[in-house]
Design a protein. Structure first.
Length: 83
């Protein structure tokens, strides 16, 4: 003779199985989200530096501005370039 399980026992077993499945799925989703963040592409490299003119070229440009700049401004820029 077959014994039937009580309805409440079947409902409780189903609830335990469903709860476990939900917990495992949530953990897996969280773990996958963390891995995808960790594998994000690296940041872009910094832009290349603009080449700096040598002091001689800068002094030539400053010499062309000598009539435009005051004597004090010219002297200050010249001192800055030579420093």
């Amino acid at each position: 003779m077959l014994r039937r399980r009580p309805v409440m026992r079947v409902a409780a077993t189903t609830a335990v199985v469903a709860g476990t499945a939900t917990a495992v799925a949530g953990h897996a989703a969280k773990k996958n989200a963390q891995q995808s963040v960790a594998q994000a592409p690296p940041a872009a490299p910094p832009p290349a530096e603009v080449p700096v003119e040598d002091a001689y070229q800068q002094l030539e440009k400053l010499g062309k501005l000598q009539g435009v700049l005051t004597d004090e401004e010219f002297a200050a820029q010249k001192a800055k370039l030579l420093a």
